[in-house]
Design a protein around this ligand. Sequence first.
Ligand SMILES: [Fe+2]
Length: 296
Amino acid sequence: MTEAAGKVSFEDRTYDRFELNPIAGALGAEIVGVDVNNLDDETFDDLYAAWLQYQVLAIRDQKLTPEQQKEFGRRFGELQPHVFNKSIEGHPEITEILKTENETLNNGGRWHTDQQYRPEPAKMTMLYAHEMPPHGGDTSFSSTYRGYETLSDGMKETLAGLKGINNGDSKNHPSGLTRMERQKAGVGTIPQIDPGDAVTISEHPIIRTHPETGRKVLYVGSHTERIAGWTKDESAALLDYLKIHNGQLHHTCRIKWEVGTITMWDNRCCLHFALNDYHGYRRRVHKLLIKGDVPF
Ligand SMILES: [Fe+2]
């Protein structure tokens, strides 16, 4: 990977402490041959570098209790409890995403970046697969580095300095309902809690700079509902285009899960989309968020 001066370069980085298999041109790699419960510091440093380089890693064949998942997560930063999703018993930092064989709606089935509506959105999301359907239920990822880099110079200039208003509980959800309305109507798969005083609408730059790599991203996803200072209609015209642009297939990879897979992605430079193509089967994962910084 070659970058301009002043940015992190991965050009000479090699990984010999585990097997790394890139899965697409834009982003994504599979990791084989590590046990995240027994990682020495050197192997962890390599894993962290690979995560920054590939943006999303699928680590195969892991065995994790909730406590072990949290322990591994803490090596990447401070754990951040979800403000809307109810956590599992005894572990306020872990939420369970379950779709049963009787449900048809899934969670996260559109292009988004986690917690974009928070003042300090999640740096990383880490999912651990407990149950998977025999086929289907993949997660797609899209590189927002690519989203930015493939815009014209004119569009980059137009977007420079603009801020997006990101709402964690808008009626823009495909159901047209807020989270609590969805819960009351029995629509949706994760029990919701009242966020209390937590801020759930936040303004962030539409062109964001990754704090560790220095690269720019097109920071627009399904939570982005307005451009600050623009009308709803004006915003929709541009945001609809940018959302489609960000999710173009050339910018994506797709993770095929197995029970025991950990997938962890960098919310600062990619979007994700949970495919809903496995009706009649159960799918259950445990989700953990690592706190990030104020976007700039
Ligand atoms: Fe998500």
